[in-house]
Design a protein around this ligand. Structure first.
Ligand code: FAD
Ligand code: MLT
Ligand code: ZN
Length: 492
């Protein structure tokens, strides 16, 4: 693990150190759901603690000695109340796929992992309302729904590992937000536990509910800083029977914007994803996977367009007409349409595989930002220029930077700027920060579009939020978590 980019933080001395008495309490309460290293219980061996302490990017690393896996909301309530009474700091954790260092401890905070809370509680086949425990894996829920003709309104590359509680806690956006909207709209109810053990019983199954403040919204994107989500109720759309995917080459970012405009105009209600990829990101994917690019001729930009509808003939006709039109007008230079499920998967892997590929060579500096569409890709060009001017990018091992690439959810004005490195290096970080954040502030963008703040963005929230807004957020934090035990050192 590299800790080069770890901010300088002091452990808060108000937090207690874990003692044998604490461990005995948790063991009695949870039995198999507790694990300790350097101590009494050894449900998990020392090595097995690594997955709970280290993040997906191998960038952040905590030193937690105790992982707790409660099996019910009541157990979470007892665990949190005990921690709060004894000033023990905690980190809620789901699948630990978060990309901002929020899901792992900074020091010795106790990890409370949701993997044992993994039941699908109920599903209403008429309304499409699903109620699940927080620890249900996203892909498991989606497969369950597929059998019923429904789809989970969120999809992302980490679906095989991330938990729905974690998705809601990060307000994950993903690949189909364009079609199904944000979790702020589709989540109908939340059950959560506050640090003092209070169970917030707002697991509503109602689409409309204007009786008072909508408090559940605070937990959506709250990143475990005010409470622990234990269950979620969510409205799921009908699964589309006709899904088509096209992969297109586009010569310039200007033409990419025209492609997006045409896709919205001509595909209308069946457009379900519009994803941008630059050539560098595609080189990384094909090199890491050892695969061939879908199109023979190289182009500076590509996009993946997905349509989802209920009438296959109608959708095919629409997509073909659209392609014919944008190619004849030379907005798009080349393209391919998937002919079957295998090809659909393979085209999607050109996009979904980028995260894995950027991290493949050693490490990656990730910026997940919202930028007005007209300026979106300029950030990648400007960043590449800065990195090159600093002499940090090159083909040989002496240069830390492999490439500066851009991709993302163009349909949502959400760019992923990634600097793929051979190793984490302070000099790279110094060129990138605060440069990227200042750039974003100038165009009134957001420094965190969908991944959250965690530890990575904590010091930069002021670039996207005013003092007044941050002040109000701090008041909410103090109200819900007066002892500050929930996911400390992060968020703001
Ligand atoms: P974790 O990583 O375990 O936790 C994330 C945060 O939520 C932490 O702050 C944690 O403390 C908190 N938390 C977790 N569970 C709870 C709970 N029950 N109650 C309260 N707080 C909790 N994100 C996107 O938005 N869009 C994408 O397209 C996308 N694609 C990804 C692709 C890959 C390959 C990877 C690795 C990540 C991707 N992500 C994406 C990041 C995204 O945040 C996570 O994948 C996912 O939402 C986190 O779920 P998790 O269960 O892994 O949460
Ligand atoms: C994505 O869209 O692929 C995810 O947000 C993950 C990433 O940015 O790498
Ligand atoms: Zn994303």
């Amino acid at each position: 693990f590299t800790t080069d980019s770890y901010p300088e933080i002091q452990r808060n001395p108000r937090f207690a150190q874990i003692t044998k008495d604490h461990v005995s309490y948790f063991q009695l309460l949870l039995g198999k759901g507790s694990a300790v290293i350097d101590g009494v219980t050894t449900e998990l061996a020392t090595d097995d603690m690594e997955p709970y302490n280290g993040d997906w990017m191998r960038k952040y690393r905590g030193h937690c000695k105790l992982v707790l896996k409660p099996g019910s909301t009541e157990e979470v309530s007892k665990v949190l109340k005990y921690c709060n009474d004894n000033m023990l700091a905690v980190v809620p954790q789901g699948g630990n796929t978060g990309l901002v260092g929020g899901s792992v401890p900074v020091f010795d905070e106790i990890v409370i992992n949701t993997s044992r809370m993994n039941k699908i509680q109920s599903f209403d086949e008429v309304s499409g309302i699903l109620v699940v425990d927080a620890g249900v894996v996203l892909e498991v829920a989606d497969q369950f729904l597929a059998e019923k003709g429904y789809i989970f309104p969120l999809d992302l590359g980490a679906k095989g590992s991330c938990h729905i509680g974690g998705n809601v806690a990060t307000n994950a956006g993903g690949l189909r937000l364009l079609r199904y909207g944000s979790l702020h709209g589709s989540v109908l109810g939340i059950e959560a536990v506050l640090p003092d053990g209070t169970i917030v019983d707002d697991l509503s199954k109602l689409r409309k509910n204007n009786t008072g403040y909508d408090l559940k919204q605070l937990f959506i994107g709250g990143e475990g800083t005010i409470g622990m989500i234990t269950a979620v109720s969510i409205i799921c759309p009908q699964r589309s029977s006709a899904v088509n995917v096209a992969f297109l080459a586009v010569e310039s970012y200007e033409k990419m914007q025209r492609t997006f405009r045409e896709a919205k105009t001509q595909l209308g209600e069946i457009l379900s994803a519009f994803e941008l990829m630059d050539l560098g990101s595609q080189h990384l994917v094909n090199n890491a996977q050892g695969s061939k690019p879908p199109l023979e001729t190289e182009s500076p930009f590509y996009c993946l367009i997905e349509t989802s509808g209920s009438n296959s003939d109608h959708d095919n006709e629409k997509l073909e007409k659209f392609l014919e039109d944008v190619m004849s007008r030379e907005i798009v230079s080349d393209g391919v349409v998937a002919q079957d499920q295998t090809q659909i998967k393979s085209l999607w892997s050109q996009r979904e595989g980028i995260s894995e590929a950027t991290a493949h060579w050693g490490g990656v500096y990730k910026y997940d930002v919202s930028i007005p569409l007209k300026d979106l890709y300029r950030l990648v060009d400007d960043t590449r220029e800065k990195i090159e001017a600093a002499g940090l990018k090159g083909d040989t091992d002496e240069f830390p930077v492999l490439d500066v690439v851009g991709y993302g959810h163009m349909g949502d004005s959400n760019l992923h700027l990634n600097v793929a490195v051979r190793r984490y290096d302070k000099r790279v970080e110094e060129v990138l920060e605060p440069f990227v954040y200042e750039w974003i502030a100038k165009v009134q963008g957001s420094i965190s579009a969908e991944h959250g703040l965690g530890l990575a963005k904590k010091n930069y929230i002021g670039y996207s939020r005013s003092e007044t807004m941050i002040g109000l957020m701090k008041q909410i934090k103090n109200l819900y978590d007066p002892n500050g035990i929930m996911n400390p050192y992060k968020y703001m």
